[in-house]
Design a protein around this ligand. Structure first.
Ligand code: SPD
Length: 288
């Protein structure tokens, strides 16, 4: 994918045709890693005020200052909506942050993880150990390869599938299309739930509307949740959810105090609140 972002006078600006005319800039202290893998340009920066930052093809994937918001919600919303998630699949998210969150659930027995770019895992293990610690859990089985191809081979297997993709430009493109969602559905067991990176209803209206339409058509229960993440475009990002049975908007298991104390964003109340949409988004989704 063409990389439009640039560093000028010590500031990184995230420029992308998916959010024309607007760019977030962060002050950079040091380039810790910069290399082109088989799939994409991988950059790891030390920012002045937001910790380390992982950038793929010029697009911010995470900063240490706010990654917890996205990783906690993408993992805990579907997992707490499921009555007994035992087998979980994660597609994408080579930094390991979502795995770190899933590993907090004692009821989960297996965590299959599929990532296309092994280099992202290596860089995260070296520079982002607070996220890559997710790979240390013995329940995690790593599969390197194309998520969609992996999924096509899995039928009736998972209770929860989480898709932690980059944006629909570059290697993540197919993960925003209907055939991928059909494969997600086929890979679920009875009562299964999917949760996918759902972009921003402010910045990517068409893309969000398409995801909501697909999940509405395919799943018995569908919902869209949103998260505040200051370093993502527009300061927010959504989760597109589909379920073969369980309701999504309220947690159906109680969280222990011990787990709650380890978290920084997710609470049972914010689980429910994250589905309360601004009126324009509510109206947009109703018409689909
Ligand atoms: N606009 C960037 C969206 C990136 C979502 N994936 C981030 C990976 C963090 N685990």
């Amino acid at each position: 994918m063409k990389n439009y972002s640039k560093i000028k006078n010590g500031w990184f600006s995230e420029i992308c045709p998916m959010w024309p005319g607007i760019a977030l800039s962060l002050e950079i202290e040091e380039v810790l890693y910069s290399n082109k893998s088989k799939f994409q340009q991988i950059d790891l920066y030390q920012t002045r005020n937001h910790g380390k930052m992982l950038v793929l093809d010029g697009i911010i994937q995470l900063t240490q200052s706010d990654e917890f918001a996205y990783q906690e919600m993408l993992a805990h919303v579907p997992l707490f909506a499921h009555p007994n998630p035992e087998n979980v699949l994660v597609i994408g998210g080579g930094d390991g942050g979502v795995l770190r969150e899933i590993a907090r659930h004692a009821c989960v027995k297996t965590i299959d993880f599929c990532e296309i770019d092994e280099e992202v895992i290596k860089v995260s293990k070296e520079f982002l150990p607070d996220m890559a610690c997710g790979f240390d859990d013995p329940r995690v089985r790593v599969h390197i390869g194309d998520g969609n191809a992996y999924l096509r081979e899995q039928k009736n297997k998972y209770d929860v599938i989480i898709v932690d993709s980059s944006d629909p430009i570059g290697p993540g493109e197919a993960l925003f299309e209907r055939p991928f969602y059909e494969n997600l559905k086929a890979a679920l067991r009875q009562n299964g739930i999917i949760a996918t990176q759902g972009e921003s209803f402010f910045m990517h209206k068409e893309c969000v509307a398409n995801l909501v339409k697909i999940t509405k058509e395919l799943f018995e229960v569908q919902a869209y949740s949103y998260i505040l993440v200051p370093t993502y475009p527009g300061g927010n990002i959504g989760i597109c959810l589909g379920s073969l049975g369980p309701q999504l908007k309220t947690p159906c298991r109680t969280m222990s105090d011990a787990i709650q104390k380890q978290l920084n964003y997710y609470t049972p109340k914010i689980h429910e609140a994250s589905f309360v949409l601004p009126y324009f988004a509510q109206k947009m989704f109703e018409t689909l």
